[in-house]
Design a protein around this ligand. Structure first.
Ligand code: PGA
Length: 256
């Protein structure tokens, strides 16, 4: 086999397959290859998608591959992890808008098949239930993409969230609002609440790829791999999942 041009190192732990890459670009490329492979093998796959700066490079790779190689998303369904509460879906900071601008408007996906929770409805409980039921109706998530917060959140499941949780409304941690204030004029504009798929909803995915980049994520990655399994560190639930691949750059994995 031709050696992969991308410099990567595989680390096998009992728990996760870890792919250590040289940098962010390689992390994005390797992750894209896996996800695109899944779509080629199962053209009607259900993909769980994430927002934030970590998966942006991955989405760029999808678009590039779609244009150059014609991988089709016509039959793919997508389910996003979360949405801010109280932001109009057309707000530039809504995750609905993020997904359209960074991915959906540039590939052949049927927008009807894309799903982001609605942070504007008055009955949040009903919206959470609807979202869970819809995930079930489309057959469950084949492959979920995750980022990780500095405090170990996955989706917007902040520390203390029950591992049994399903889609629910959550109060954002102050550190999350601070981290995300970079997209807003000031921290006061960052919503205080969000609707997020729960830990159990994420754990129900058949396969998970967690991405991380940069030294700022190193402590969180160390806790994820070596720390205890506890609701105080939501990502640690992933240690109980059978098929999680971590694809992260060497800065994020410097303590592993
Ligand atoms: P980031 O966010 O990709 O912007 O670092 C990750 C997260 O908070 O889950």
């Amino acid at each position: 086999m031709k050696p992969n041009k991308i410099n990567q190192q595989r680390v096998n732990t009992m728990l996760f397959e870890i792919i250590r890459t040289e940098n962010y670009e390689d992390m994005s490329k390797i992750a894209a290859k896996r996800v695109i492979g899944k779509v080629q093998q199962k053209p009607d796959a259900v993909l769980g998608l994430a927002t934030g700066s970590t998966p942006e490079g991955l989405y760029k790779e999808f678009i590039k591959d779609h244009k150059e190689n014609g991988t089709s998303y016509e039959k793919v369904n997508t389910v996003n992890l979360d949405e801010y509460m109280g932001l109009d879906r057309n707000d530039k900071n809504s995750y609905f808008t993020f997904m359209r601008e960074k991915l959906f408007n540039h590939i052949d996906i049927d927008l009807e098949n894309t799903n982001v929770p609605n942070g504007m409805v008055s009955d949040m409980e009903a919206e959470a239930k609807r979202y869970e039921e819809h995930i079930k109706e489309i057959g469950g998530i084949d492959l979920q993409i995750l980022g990780i917060g500095h405090n170990g959140h996955i989706g917007f499941n902040e520390p203390g969230t029950s591992f049994d949780s399903r889609t629910h409304v959550i109060e954002l941690a102050e550190s999350t609002r601070e981290a995300n204030s970079r997209y807003f004029h000031s921290i006061d504009e960052v919503p205080t609440h969000a609707i997020t798929m729960g830990i159990q909803s994420i754990m129900d995915s058949k396969e998970i790829i967690l991405l991380a980049s940069g030294a700022g994520k190193a402590e969180a990655m160390k806790k994820l791999v070596y720390g205890e399994i506890t609701e105080d560190f939501p990502a640690s639930a992933l240690r109980l999942h059978k098929k999680v691949t971590i694809i992260a750059d060497k800065d994020a994995l410097q303590l592993i």
